[in-house]
Design a protein around this ligand. Structure first.
Ligand SMILES: Cc1cc2nc3c(=O)[nH]c(=O)nc-3n(C[C@H](O)[C@H](O)[C@H](O)COP(=O)(O)OP(=O)(O)OC[C@H]3O[C@@H](n4cnc5c(N)ncnc54)[C@H](O)[C@@H]3O)c2cc1C
Ligand code: FES
Length: 265
């Protein structure tokens, strides 16, 4: 059974709807894998009652970072927590992206939609350590949705941006931009995180092009540790179709195992 940790907030950066928090947690920093997540108790009080899940965005020394979008009660309150305050967190949880094998000079594409970019920074840096060739596609509705572009570039990572309103980069959906760029850079592996519609399009492209893809799924999580069955999604694993707990089997799932709708069964 994992034990919760009290950790101190050591840094906070804020953009319009997005927040980057650094947390000192040697226990989690020493074990975390890209794609894993933590469950955070938003305040020391009983409201909101349930912890909320957040991807591990970065690991640096004894610290980890989370990057989140203010999208409801919990994330709005979390955005108000200040440097020096304590947070109660549980993790690392989940499986993480598949990084076994040789990635040297392997062409990898990372695709993040909005807050879905969160786990891809840790992943991109881990792939860079493994000498992979990396292209990160980062899409949002408008330029305000892409606050991490500079952070990727500061680490020498190539970022291809798109916005639906054309305020930054390619005008249109990030999946269309990726499809276009794939003519020059056909990846050996795809990793993605974002809204379901984006992930479904990537799964379709990956199936047509026969490229292995791993997708980090979101699900409403009550516990994060396999106890509540609140996070289930329909998957087809080893020939068995059924409801699987995303906090246990995922959150990273091979694209060809995901059943998006009844007709995909
Ligand atoms: C494994 C995992 C990792 C995640 N990592 C990140 C991350 O790194 N950064 C980030 O910004 N967000 C992440 N999320 C989503 C984040 O957990 C939700 O946005 C958050 O829990 C919403 O809490 P809230 O109290 O602000 O929203 P609420 O007030 O509870 O709800 C507001 C709206 O958000 C929806 N919602 C609530 N929980 C989720 C959820 N888990 N997934 C999708 N929609 C939800 C509700 O249905 C409602 O429409 C992750 C989710 C999962 C499952
Ligand atoms: S979140 Fe409770 S079982 Fe997955």
């Amino acid at each position: 059974m994992k034990k919760a940790n009290q950790v101190i907030i050591t840094d906070r950066k804020m953009w319009k709807d997005y927040v980057l928090l650094s947390l000192k947690s040697p226990q989690i920093a020493s074990k975390a894998l890209p794609g894993q997540f933590i469950m955070i108790r938003i305040t020391p009080h009983s409201y909101p009652l349930l912890r909320r899940p957040f991807s591990i965005h970065a690991v640096e020394g004894e610290s980890i970072a989370i990057f989140f979008q203010k999208s409801g009660i919990g994330t709005n309150i979390l955005g108000l927590r200040k440097i020096g305050e304590m947070l109660d967190i549980l993790g690392p949880l989940g499986n993480g992206f598949g990084l076994k094998g040789d990635f040297s000079h392997k062409k990898t594409v990372l695709i993040g939609g909005g807050r879905g970019i969160a786990p891809l920074f840790f992943l991109a840096n881990s792939l860079a350590d493994r000498k992979a060739e990396i292209r990160t596609f980062y899409g949002g509705k408008t330029s305000y949705d892409l606050p991490l572009k500079e952070n990727f570039e500061a680490n020498g990572l190539k970022v291809f941006c798109s916005t639906e309103d054309g305020s930054l980069g390619y005008k249109g959906l990030i999946t269309d931009y990726f499809n276009l760029e794939m003519r020059q850079f056909r990846p050996d592996r795809i990793f993605a995180c974002g809204p379901d519609a984006m992930l479904k399009t990537i799964a379709d492209i990956a199936a047509i092009e026969n490229i292995p893809a791993e997708l980090s799924l979101e699900s409403i999580m009550g516990c994060g540790i396999g106890a509540c069955w609140g996070c289930v999604k329909r998957l087809k694993k080893d020939g068995v179709t059924g409801w699987f707990r995303i906090c246990q089997e995922g959150p990273v799932i091979p694209a060809d195992q995901i059943i998006w709708a009844e007709k995909d069964k």
